[in-house]
Design a protein around this ligand. Structure first.
Ligand SMILES: Cc1ncc(COP(=O)(O)O)c(C=O)c1O
Length: 378
């Protein structure tokens, strides 16, 4: 028996009819780019999150680039970002000629540690880099501590982006992701909690001026019409067909988030005594993009993964090499102390299968394989 790491097939079976009908409508009207389904989706996403503006776009990475355009990032300026993240969170700065300044994360939440932001600022200042903003990442589905991050941002006149590629659907103290930072970016990559059937993303903001710049940059810096170019932009649109898929998925998203929470609760019950399981900060909910455990330091992670694979249980390592250790990023400033927590996490994390359709008996097989691989009691 081979267990899927995520299960998009069970989900598709639930929404296939609506997708088929929606795609047929697009084929009939032929507005493949910026069709009416795009505006309808953006209105729905804005309403879902509570943000004033939603601007759909071509990927989570492009959402971050558009956000940085909207915030006016200039070459040479610095942006604080955690090193323990997916490449895109840091990559967008050098793409724009700017400088990622790597910060430490919290060992429990995996998210950027607000108390150590000053260390990152000092590292930037030592390197002669002016910090203008912070990108927090809601890693594995849990929002970062945006209340503390916002206090630091406001006190230091910085902007704050929430890279919510993994955490769309989550909330913090009853405020939904989409409203926790000046600008929020998400990804609709198929494996994300809310994913389409290709690449896609979206930006959320309450700021009218930023929203206008982002809308313009998404279509080559267009002005009042698309052949008037008032700034440098890009091709950053979401395809109309992907809006159809997302519209169908939004119908069941709230229910899927609740199912993911049940799966996380069951893991906690079954393995919480054997390994360090992921924990939520007070007031936070997670969209459980990943269920990431921490193995004891003396355990051979590769051996555990191989044994589980042999038992038909897939695992994944997010992320084995922190961004500040990746060759193209090694010359950028890092916060003092050498990002020890980041280094430790990259060596001990392991993600287990997680999706809304994971049944209790399949989870039992996963847990048994994990305990067997760890040599702990069944
Ligand atoms: C934290 C984070 N940021 C950004 C991205 C980029 O999203 P996309 O693949 O849609 O460009 C991802 C995708 O995995 C991600 O996990």
């Amino acid at each position: 028996m081979s267990i899927p790491f995520i299960d998009l097939k069970s989900q598709q079976a639930r929404i296939r009819d609506k997708i088929d009908a929606g795609l047929a409508t697009v084929l009939d009207h032929g507005a493949y780019i910026m069709g009416p389904e795009i505006t309808a989706l953006e209105e729905r996403l804005a309403e879902w999150s509570g943000a004033k503006h939603n601007i759909s776009c071509s990927s989570g990475t492009d959402a971050l680039l558009l956000a940085l355009h909207g915030l006016g990032l200039k070459p040479g300026q610095g942006v604080i970002v955690p090193s323990f993240t997916f490449a895109a969170s840091a990559e967008v700065m050098p793409i724009m000629g700017a400088v990622p300044v790597f910060a430490e994360v919290n060992p429990v939440t995996f998210n950027i540690e607000p108390t150590q932001l000053d260390d990152a600022r000092k590292a930037a200042s030592d390197a002669g880099v002016e910090i203008v903003g912070i990108i927090g990442v809601g890693l594995f589905g849990q929002p970062a501590n945006y209340e503390a991050l916002m206090r630091f941002a406001v006190a230091n006149n910085l902007w704050l982006i929430d890279d919510a590629a993994q955490s769309f659907g989550a909330s913090l103290n009853h405020r939904k992701v989409g409203t926790l930072a000046h600008v929020t970016c998400t990804s609709f990559f198929p494996a994300k909690p809310l994913g389409c059937y290709g690449d896609g993303g979206a930006v959320f903001t309450d700021d009218d001026d930023i929203a206008e710049i982002i809308r313009s940059c998404r279509i080559h810096g267009m002005g009042r019409d698309k052949y008037q170019n008032v700034r440098i932009g890009m091709t950053g649109r979401l395809d109309t067909m992907q809006a159809v898929v997302l519209d169908a998925k939004l119908d069941i998203f709230a229910e899927e988030l609740a199912l993911r929470q049940q799966v996380a609760d069951r893991y906690q019950d079954k393995i919480g005594n054997s390994v360090e399981t992921p924990q939520l900060a007070a007031g936070a909910s997670s969209s459980w993009a990943q269920y990431t455990i921490k193995l004891p330091a003396d355990v051979d992670r590769d051996a555990v993964c191989s044994k589980m694979q042999a038992a038909g249980v897939p695992t994944a390592i997010y992320y084995p090499v922190p961004m500040h250790c990746q060759p193209p990023y090694r010359h950028f400033p890092i916060a003092g102390g050498g990002l020890q927590t980041t280094g430790r996490l990259s060596k001990c994390v392991m993600a287990l299968p997680m999706h809304p359709y994971l049944k209790a008996d399949t989870q039992d097989v996963i847990v048994a394989a994990l305990k067997d691989a760890l040599g702990t009691e069944g």
